[in-house]
Design a protein around this ligand. Structure first.
Ligand SMILES: [Ca+2]
Ligand SMILES: [Ca+2]
Ligand SMILES: [Ca+2]
Length: 245
């Protein structure tokens, strides 16, 4: 079970993406709820738990204010099967609950999902990674928290992508993407600002099984750096962005 602690509006919520148990459900527990009190050893999450149907075999969740109404919305990707939708978009409501906004088809084994304005129209788009056919798809976002069919489905140079991260690596205000693969390589995709990306670098090498990649400005120079978690080597590698030089 993967647990992530978020603050949503005024309500502190615990999201439990329960893909490992294949219950196809996302649980949200509200602090300070008023109707019922599931037991909690910490006493923090003693409110009402609400369950939301996810795509079959949910894999990843992203929170973003898709419609810019000040309330976080949510999208969940799932591995699913060929007969089912593999992405569900939920609109956040002022009381901290969610309603299903849209279901989207996606490629087989759609794993990682992230949000960002890839085409520069001011509305968040969705980037979805297909583990099976190693493709990255960009779903353009609308003002009403819905998404259109992918404008870009990019075949990645590596196989079995494990995770990806979205960041503006070169500071041109166009979002870029870094993908890591189980084949111990990492690709850098530079955004064109219109929802398309080009492969800039495809062979950054690591120990086998780099399990995830993350981004953050570790040295404080304003450019995002990378951290790569190498599970077989039992270490995290930090790559400092050289764009400032
Ligand atoms: Ca919203
Ligand atoms: Ca957009
Ligand atoms: Ca960029």
């Amino acid at each position: 079970m993967k647990r992530i602690l978020f603050r949503v509006g005024s309500a502190l919520v615990l999201l439990s993406c329960v893909g490992a148990t294949r219950t196809d459900r996302l649980d949200v527990t509200y602090a300070n709820g008023q109707n019922g009190a599931p037991s909690s050893s910490s006493g923090i999450f003693t409110g009402v738990r609400r369950d939301y149907v996810t795509p079959p075999n949910p894999h990843a969740v992203v929170l973003s204010d898709f419609d810019r109404d000040g309330i976080l919305d949510m999208a969940v990707s799932g591995y699913g099967d060929s007969r089912s939708d593999r992405i569900i978009v939920y609109s956040g409501r002022p009381d901290g609950t969610f309603s299903t906004r849209q279901t989207l088809m996606a490629r087989e084994l759609s794993g990682g999902i992230a949000a960002g304005d890839f085409d520069g129209d001011g509305w968040a788009d969705l980037a979805v990674l297909s583990d099976y056919d190693h493709m990255l798809s960009i779903y353009p976002g609308n003002a009403d928290a819905t998404f259109r069919a992918p404008i870009e489905t990019l075949t990645l140079p590596g196989t079995y992508p494990q995770s990806f991260v979205v960041a503006d690596l070169d500071g041109d205000s166009k979002l870029d993407v870094v993908v890591n693969y189980i084949s111990a390589t990492l690709s850098v995709l530079m955004g064109n600002g219109d929802g398309t990306l080009v492969i800039a670098e495809d062979s950054l090498g690591f120990e086998p099984d780099p399990i995830s990649v993350l981004s953050g400005d570790f040295d404080g120079d304003g450019y995002p750096d990378l951290g790569v978690l190498e599970s077989r080597a039992n270490r995290i590698s930090v790559l400092i962005n050289q764009m400032r030089q």
